[in-house]
Design a binder for this molecule. Structure first.
Ligand code: ATP
Ligand code: MG
Length: 263
């Protein structure tokens, strides 16, 4: 079981049980997701894989509230959040990154994390323009930058970071919101091959040190298999299999639907 974080502002009790029941999404009569069931334990890290267009991002959109499910339920620590607005889900502990970057390119690395920390702490956002190193949000933000190996880049503009460092910064921003469940949508997308191990290590530590439940969509199968405890395979909007990595790799249905086509 992961232990609670000891980094600045990150200490909290473990939680983050995420249950998706019979979740479906239709647009114009087309079934994008059909009867998706997932039962993710608190502190578990799972991978979500599947071919392009399988519905992985749509699933994350429905869990985080970007889209509303047409049927089924989403439960976070037992509470039904199926129809809750995005900000309520975030308050309940749900955090996500997007397939494309959502950082403030014109703000510094530190300011991006500070903004999230300030919002979480419920203080006055005017601090943002004149950050003082000693205030609570800044201390929290610097702690999270250390968590993702970016403290040395605190004062550079976020827009000037490499893809790999932007992904790390997005994770630091998420940590500042103290989520119990984190959804990462293709964290390795666009990242230089040489930066993949460092980013994988940050994700491993984020899971271990912050007692977060992590769901990760990722096309780099080797990365997924090396990080997660269970893998959900989506194919044409349905869960084809949800099991430990070894069982998934040996499943002939998975090989023909996904791994075979990816080779
Ligand atoms: N709001 C929407 N309206 C219509 N079609 C949609 C909508 N959202 C998603 N789709 C369609 O649903 C299917 C699943 O899309 P989704 O983005 O979830 O796939 P994905 O598994 O994340 O793919 P990728 O690996 O390419 O990111 C696609 O065919 C997409 O075009
Ligand atoms: Mg996607």
């Amino acid at each position: 079981m992961p232990t609670p974080s000891s980094s600045a502002g990150g200490t909290r009790t473990a939680g983050g049980a995420l249950v998706v029941e019979q979740l479906s999404f239709q647009v114009g009569g087309i079934h994008i997701l059909s009867d998706v069931d997932l039962d993710v334990r608190p502190g578990e890290m799972i991978g979500v894989i599947g071919p392009n267009g399988a519905g992985k991002t749509t699933l994350f959109n429905m869990i985080s509230g970007v889209h509303r499910a047409t049927a089924g339920r989403v439960l976070l620590d037992g509470a039904d959040i199926t129809h809750a607005p995005i900000h309520r889900r975030a308050q309940a502990g749900l955090g996500r990154t997007f397939q494309t970057s959502s950082l403030f390119a014109g703000l510094s690395v530190l300011e991006n994390v500070r903004l999230a920390a300030q919002r979480r702490l419920g203080g006055n956002l005017s601090f943002l323009r004149f950050p003082r190193r000693g205030d609570e949000a800044t201390t929290t933000a610097l702690g999270h930058l250390e968590d993702v190996d970016l403290a040395h880049r605190a004062d550079v503009l976020a827009g000037g970071l490499s893809h790999g460092d932007k992904r790390k910064l997005e994770i630091a921003v998420l940590l500042a919101m103290e989520p119990s469940v984190i959804l990462l949508d293709e964290p390795m997308a666009g990242v230089a091959r040489a930066d993949v191990p460092g980013l994988s290590d940050v994700i491993r530590r984020l899971h271990r040190d912050h007692a977060c439940t992590v769901l990760m969509v990722e096309h780099h199968i080797d990365v997924v298999l090396g990080l997660v405890e269970r893998v959900a395979v989506l194919d044409q909007g349905r869960v084809l299999a949800f099991d430990d990595p070894a069982t998934i790799m040996a499943d002939p249905r998975v090989q023909s639907a996904y791994l075979g086509t990816a080779a």
